[in-house]
Design a protein around this ligand. Sequence first.
Ligand code: NAP
Length: 292
Amino acid sequence: MKLIDGKKINQEVKAEIAKEVEEMVAKGLKRPNLAVIMVGEDGASATYVGSKIRTCKEVGFESTDINYPESVTEEEILRKIEEINTNDEIDGLIIQLPLPKHISEDKVIEAIDYKKDVDGFHPINAGRLAMGLPSFLPATPAGIIELLARYNIETEGKNCVVLGRSNIVGTPISLLMSRKAKPGNATVTICHSRTKNIKEICKNADILIAAIGQMEFVTADMVKEGATVIDVGIHRVKSDQTKSGWKIKGDVKFDEVAEKCEYITPVPGGVGPMTIISLLKNTLLAAQNKIY
Ligand code: NAP
């Protein structure tokens, strides 16, 4: 069994991005600038935003941190988005989700200029991804593809089973795994809450991607000998074995599944570290006008 080390790849990609930024600056170009809008004071969201801003600094990006209280109106957010859309200093814009109930996430996402939509959630980017056209890829699926590529894991002609069909992970990773590309060219089956015989379907997977949001859902009896297992799940559970009092678990029962795998991502330290770095890669591509 070989561990897919997301932390190591994160460091590699980060160094590559930082180098490109310095080359841009040396040519007299401006540093990429990522704007992050956050509404309310949700602890988990604040942590994610904090690490996005911190990672921007680490690679030499500028960042624009915009915070609104929970009570902000949808109109006010839409006005701010319009302002950023037309601000040439800002290359990428993301809105930290979830938003309070009185604000429509769909409306807000659609208001972002798709050329600055570095989260890849705008319908134009999602549609272009489905059509195999250049687009900003959503960060978590892009991170998974980067891991498969850097570990040289063969995907062509393989059976790939994706657990979950969300717009941010399951659906886009299914499209990426089946598209005519490397990594890609896999035969993909998507499972969701109405799928029958999930266990049998999973057992047929050469590559199993779990993005189901159910802690330790994937057990050893669902996994084929020699499979590659990618665990997207993040579940925080109380633990008296760690300093913080918390432990992170995935959608896969790692201890029993790992021994059957050729490759597996750990949680934490697998897919997680790739998500932010993929967002920054999109921001770099936006600043370099490489997608649009
Ligand atoms: P989500 O929106 O909750 O979607 C979960 C999907 O799994 C849905 O398609 C749902 O089916 C399906 N599902 C749920 N329970 C099931 C069951 N018992 N049997 C079969 N299918 C089932 O989740 P998400 O946003 O994609 O996230 C998935 C997991 O990844 C979560 O643990 C999340 O925290 C984690 N995550 C991690 C990262 C990262 O950076 N590592 C990024 C994003 C998300 P239906 O469509 O039928 O409801």
